[in-house]
Design a protein around this ligand. Sequence first.
Ligand code: TRP
Ligand code: SF4
Length: 328
Amino acid sequence: MADILLSGMQPTGETGRLHLGNYEGALKNWVKLQNGGKYDMYCCIVDWHFLTSGYNETEGLKNSVKELAIDYLSAGLDPTKSAIFVQSEVKEHAELHLLFSMITPTSWLERVPSYKEKADELGLDSYGFLGYPLLQAADILVYQANAVPVGKDQLPHIELTREVARRFNYIYGDLFPEPDGLLTPFAVVRGTDGRKMSKSYGNDIKMADSDEDTTAKLKKMFTDPEKLRKGDPGRPEICPVYSLHQIYNANHEEVIEPCKSGKLGCVDCKMNLAENLNKAMMPVRQKRVEIEKDIDKVRSMLKDGADRARAKASQTMSEVRKAMKIDW
Ligand code: TRP
Ligand code: SF4
């Protein structure tokens, strides 16, 4: 039997659209894993997780779920291969979360790094927010997944998932695998201000941005601060524009010497990058345009994905109830 892989992303922000950091750092890898044929894949849009912090800003939620689904599809996730679905359409996640809450000491949740910090930063003290990583454990284990593709920041959540699986197995008998976090082999994508690309920094380029918008954003991008005009020598190794060249320009090494000598100006360098980046994103962006022509199809794809996910999740839950002696 193939291994099972569960991946998830939260629909956030008003548009829900993903940026190049999400694409390069996560989605592209998911597509590769999907096409590698080694896994049965479940790709979840975790709208309940959104509520743990966004409970009072749900006006844009439906739209943002839809946009996220379109980003998934335009990146190459294929509903004939992967079950793509919305978390809240598979209620089994909630049941397993509840049952896990019975066996999980609150101290396990309180000590998850980022919990205290985020709780203070966002002013959150709800029961649901504390349970965020436990809900994530339920997302993963309700499919009895063996693997979860994640960024480094998510490893503590995977560790908690393993601990919960172990504790359940210890109390009620072996039912859950201890899933591995598959770290995405990719460096940080830098945003237009040179920091890590992030929606909350407002420094991002969206997968769905038009060529024109992309070029305009790149024009404003930070460069080597000591290279003020053409003629000044630059340092590609610290320049955020160059870091994007390394991803999108197959001939990026040709930029190094002219930058260092000053022959190349930053404006030309950015235009060269824009051309390469827009070319690389063209298939993804064209696919989005196609998908947007038939939004009803996206809806029915998500329904179908939820049905397939539920088939597996409900099977797990029967076993869980039986193991816990609550199978009436
Ligand atoms: N916490 C994850 C993030 O912020 C989102 C998530 C929720 C998730 N459930 C998941 C990721 C299950 C992987 C598997 O990115
Ligand atoms: Fe950066 Fe290019 Fe300017 Fe060099 S020429 S500093 S690599 S933008």
